[in-house]
Design a protein around this ligand. Sequence first.
Ligand SMILES: Cc1cc2nc3c(=O)[nH]c(=O)nc-3n(C[C@H](O)[C@H](O)[C@H](O)COP(=O)(O)OP(=O)(O)OC[C@H]3O[C@@H](n4cnc5c(N)ncnc54)[C@H](O)[C@@H]3O)c2cc1C
Length: 429
Amino acid sequence: MKVAVIGAGFGGLAAALDLVKAGNSVTVFEADAVPGGLAAGFKEPGWDWSVEKFYHHWFTSDKYMFHLFQELGLQDKVLILNPKTVMYHNGKFYPFDSIPSALLYPGLGYGINKIRFGLVGVYLRMTKNWKPMEKTTVAEWMSKYAGEKVYREMWEPMVIGKFSEKHAGKVNMAWMWARLHARTTKLATYMGGFQAFVDDMAGILVEKDVQFRYNTRVTRLEKETDGVISVHTGDNVEEFDKVLVTISPAQLARMAPQLPEEYLKGLLELKSMGAVVMVIALKHQLSKEGYYWYNLPKSAGFPFLALVEHTNFMPAERFGGSHLIYCGDYLEPGHEYFQFTKEELLERFIPSFKRINPDFSPDWITNSWVSRTNYAQPVPLLNHSQNIPSIKTPLDGLYFASMSQVYPWDRGTNFAVEIARRAAAIMLK
Ligand SMILES: Cc1cc2nc3c(=O)[nH]c(=O)nc-3n(C[C@H](O)[C@H](O)[C@H](O)COP(=O)(O)OP(=O)(O)OC[C@H]3O[C@@H](n4cnc5c(N)ncnc54)[C@H](O)[C@@H]3O)c2cc1C
């Protein structure tokens, strides 16, 4: 078969591997100049390693990734560490990366709330029965089982931060189950950063004769009368027996208007949040305690959801001695941060750094980079499993594997690989 894969993110690359291994001719179309998609990185002069545009790590439970490392013979380049996550409460930060440390967190008060929090945490880690949970919201389920105080203090800020006030009250509990069920405190990355992994994998695919077309945006997919699918890229048109699309549902709907109305409607009804993430290089370490991940409640006046000091995960020496922090937020695409210049964003963000380290001074900043995307986080509403578009679309020969279909799991490279490999298996049947 002659197969096209649209998108060279983790999903597209994983599918290309299986499709080429099965003896097909595979062409990957990528709008960007490099592979990696949302997990791509950049490297400044003087840096040995790249850093992801949007903060990234793997959990040690990311079994599809770890299987892929083994399969590609790249497992020796994976680094596993135990960086510290903290939560804010009344002007201070407290470690929050295990049930015991969470139990010491003062925001929950003492006594019954802590017991309920602990029991709910253990239950969600143990149970696999997520399906009934999608019928109820995080707010309802957590208030009922963990208690109102625990919900308001612990989970509501996270759900609002991730999904905005508009959607927070409607997010289903299966999404929260998936996060708490699958995540680990140990985190992993790749020597050289995620971009180095993607480059290694793309190199292996090239050796296997996969064709990569970078800087090539696909504008239209058309089913021809002789059964093939034509892939339109600007002035060029190429024909393929089968096509796998790994981009957002809204983009697929625009690209393939021949899809039946019902399927198109399903694609367009899926909601997602965008993200604005800034990487800032500092002369000095920001977190004196060496914390990696700060969860920040909007209600306490922080202008972003998370502050992540990457160089408390990976050493600053990899980045020419610069200390790198991320300031990240999930936002509706119309949010003002999508229009702000880099300078305007910095002006908004800088005052909060003193709340992390009172010694911080703006002259610590040596450089900054901003990345924005409209498609960062699918929003799982009630009974969401009924809204997931099928991998095999009703247009014969056209397949779809995206972040929006990995539900109940939260989006991540691990699940991008899983769904894309599942799509490749269906295409090969
Ligand atoms: C802020 C943030 C933090 C995250 N943190 C983590 C994390 O810590 N760990 C983790 O595992 N995951 C994380 N993720 C999620 C992870 O990045 C995604 O789940 C994963 O990269 C999705 O891979 P994909 O291949 O499905 O899609 P994408 O990475 O979106 O790849 C799609 C590709 O298609 C290309 N494309 C789009 N349109 C066209 C077109 N018309 N023609 C040709 N090419 C096109 C794009 O350029 C892109 O390269 C994070 C995401 C965000 C936004």
